[in-house]
Design a protein around this ligand. Structure first.
Ligand code: UDP
Ligand code: MG
Length: 323
């Protein structure tokens, strides 16, 4: 039997690019249906992430034009990860497989054929991996590649050069639904679920229109979230640093007693001040990292909803039929 596919597309202020890419996604879906690779019940599911422009209106009019387009809207902007999660959770009961992809046309939609092929061969998760980053600016390439290296080094295991373009089966999604954390980093969480997985390589293009919503500040925030949500290595590093500093201080004590006893205790103000400043600085950094984890625990304990869906295109259609 051919699987039902849902393509999950997060959209935040994408009025410029959505009219261009939505038809490309539909062409792809139709092609896959015609080739009998996927079921005709397959859909394109847009997730409006609290956009402030006309994105939601565009999604609603697409849904009116063609039943293969559907959409949900988050009650406010919650970020890319939450938007993808909302889409995946919405889709999981209606389909056999999902493919999440950005709406800006950067990810090569032709890689979907191979992804589904890998699913047919038995993989439940297929990661879309960029084969090169030649279309990125040097700055983006360097920051993004160091991002993956830093994440892995810090203990958050992620697939190198894989963003959020991936096929995930509904079986995996049903298990993912049991991961209740509110600090979500899907790239790190999905490998934790397990199941047979593989990768598919693709070329990443430039954005078709509009601008990136991931400036350096957001990328750093994502990296920091990724590390602190998936690993406690930074806390261990603090403990090691603490031990090292204690050892150095112990040597310092011996040294100061020795200089006192040998009668050479002349004004050591400069060295004293620098040691105090250094230790003060290190302590502040360590407190900051600990605070970050405590903050995360606080958020998890509150267990607030991870996304709130305020509208669905299916409701609108229903309304239109009634009136
Ligand atoms: N996005 C989102 N919520 C946000 C920021 C981005 O849903 O708060 C979506 C955006 O519409 C796009 C995808 O996430 O489909 C990736 O964003 P973008 O292309 O800006 O990031 P980049 O590719 O530059 O890393
Ligand atoms: Mg993009």
């Amino acid at each position: 039997m051919t699987p039902i596919l849902y393509i999950i597309i997060p959209c935040y202020n994408e009025e410029k690019v959505l009219p261009l890419t939505s038809s490309l996604f539909l062409e792809k879906l139709d092609e896959l249906i015609q080739k009998d690779i996927i079921s005709s019940q397959s859909r394109i599911l847009f997730v409006n992430d609290g956009s402030k422009d006309k994105t939601w209106d565009i999604i609603c009019s697409l849904a009116m034009q063609n039943e293969k387009y559907t959409g949900i809207s988050q009650s406010r902007n919650r970020g890319h990860q939450n938007a993808v999660l909302a889409g995946l959770m919405e889709a999981k009961n209606h389909c056999d497989i999902t493919i999440s992809i950005d709406c800006d046309g950067q990810d090569d939609i032709n890689a979907m054929n191979q992804m589904i092929e890998e699913y047919r061969k038995g993989s439940e998760i297929v990661y879309g991996i960029r084969s090169s980053r030649t279309t990125d600016t040097l700055f983006k390439r360097i920051t993004a590649e160091s991002f993956y290296k830093l994440l892995n080094w810090m203990g958050a295991e992620v697939v190198f050069n894989h963003a959020d373009y991936r096929l995930v089966s509904s079986r995996v999604l049903n298990e993912l639904a049991n991961y209740k954390e509110v600090n979500i980093f899907l790239r790190g969480m999905i490998p934790l679920v397990g199941f047979k997985s593989t990768g598919v390589y693709y070329e990443r293009h430039e954005r078709l229109a509009g601008e990136s919503h991931y400036p350096l500040k957001k990328m750093l925030a994502l990296a920091f979230d990724g590390i602190t949500s998936l690993s406690i290595k930074p806390i261990r590093m603090i403990a090691c640093l603490g031990l090292f500093i204690s050892f150095m201080s112990f040597l310092g004590v011996i040294w100061s007693v020795a200089t006192q006893l040998t009668g050479k205790s002349v004004a050591g103000w400069a060295s004293m001040t620098s040691i105090i400043c250094f230790i003060g600085g290190v302590q502040m950094v360590c407190l900051g990292v600990l605070g970050e984890y405590i903050g995360k625990i606080y958020l998890e304990v509150k267990a607030r909803p991870r996304y709130i869906i305020s509208d669905r295109t299916s409701d609108k259609k229903h309304d239109a039929e009634i009136f």
